[in-house]
Design a protein around this ligand. Sequence first.
Ligand code: NAD
Length: 523
Amino acid sequence: MAAPATFSPLMESIDPATGMVIARLEATPPSEVPGILTQARRAQAGWAAQSLQERCALVHRLRETIYARRQEIAERVMRESGKPRVEALFADVLVSLDTAAYYANLAPALLLPEHVPHHNPAVKAKSGSLHYEPYGVIGVIAPWNYPVAIPLGQMIPAVVAGNAVVIKPSELTPWCGALVEELFSQAGFPVGLVQVIQGSGELGEALILAGPDKVIFTGSVATGRRVAEACARRLIPSVLELGGKDAMIVLADADLEVASSAAVWGSFTNCGQACLSVERIYVERPVAGRFSELCAAKARLLKLGPGSDPHTEVGPMIRPQQVDRVEEQLREAVARGARILTGGRRRPDIGPCFFEPTVIADVDHSMRLMQEETFGPVLALRSVDSEQEAVTMANDSPFGLAASIWTRDSRRGRRLAAQVHAGAVMVNDVASYFGISEAPHGGRGVSGWGHTHSRLGLLELLRVKYVDVDHLPRWPKSWWFGYNEELGVAADRFLQFLFAPGWRHRWKSARGAMRAVFRGHRI
Ligand code: NAD
């Protein structure tokens, strides 16, 4: 655990386009977190007692609230995270609306108690079923890059499932965090059920220490490790949605016009600061030259500027330190032989966090640019000699969030998708599965564990209870007490009857086996 920092009672929200303070918010003292959790537990008890249908009805109200305030939400996301308004509308508002609609409409069907038929004749007199129960209080620790869609994508299924939520937004986007809480309270959720706590990493640590019943963490690999350790110490289950280094494989039969537009959008949307950014492109050699030219030409057309300008396509990065990291990775790659085809420069003339959309070719896996998450406006290209080399390269990474494959042959795309080490693979599109509510999102390797979104994401927020009913309780249970030599023989016959290879042998054991069944227990 990091040394406790001095507590500062005010948090500043900064516009990354200008570096100016746009809002000031009250920070939450870490000492208050246990009390906040107690309040959440109290609210959760009443909330879980409501029917699933009643909870879904309130999520419909939340959807209506988000819809009514969509312009204001987009404006705040744009100002605090720097992305263009169109991206705020699509990636934050639309995704949140669809998440609310999906769970509010479908949760009752997704969570029907499930009958579990027994295959073993010895337990046919019992019937089993799976039931779902809320965890209690879910701790959500969120990043800054999609400051509304990411937390809402986790909080909505959490409350649908009957949980309370304590959310710690990123210290870089506290103003959006405050708005998220406001949306729930305006929609009429019970007081204390959804609470935001404002602060930096130490407050995230305090949240875990206070003992929520599950933690959903989204952020970097380095913080994810710390969160996993803190949770493990208290045996708190966690979902970790961590960084990505998504590969794009462009095969020679791909539609290069479409694939190059996808590469440019996938690398530069949100200024490259998406977990699902296209970070590495492997392109088959015969089309590599044409593909790089198309990418460079399209990158040159992009308008760099503040999100408030309606024509802006690439906004600022979040903070100057993030720009430093991108610059360092590019400098090292160029020193090792990579070639910048366009971009590669800071733009202090526009603002403190602007960096030109950059296309770089001839990268290789010895470079930090190909090993570490870049999280900036960089499109990195490497030629390969075959589809197999492309897959091998794509898998040569500790990350495993998502990937894409570009080919006109969808069967080939599916075949290669099966070979790529990632939680999701898109054929002929990039990243957009994040907006498909039915699609599970979750990484492998250092990209994390568990899922958000979809039915799998909902099940992460529920404990599964198996309920078994014995319909013939007076039927003798030979495995109960009364052990002796005779039962030992009969038990072995019973095993043979069930599992011996060949029917003849099994039937021969049947009589002895029945002795075990009918003998019953002595006490
Ligand atoms: P970050 O790891 O710096 O911070 C994430 C959150 O963790 C913040 O709220 C932060 O205050 C909190 N935190 C920091 N230290 C903590 C600690 N010791 N204990 C508990 N909480 C702590 O990440 P970021 O810069 O906000 O986000 C960018 C990263 O998130 C990138 O790596 C990106 O790929 C990743 N990300 C992943 C996904 C995904 O779904 N897989 C989505 C978005 C972003």
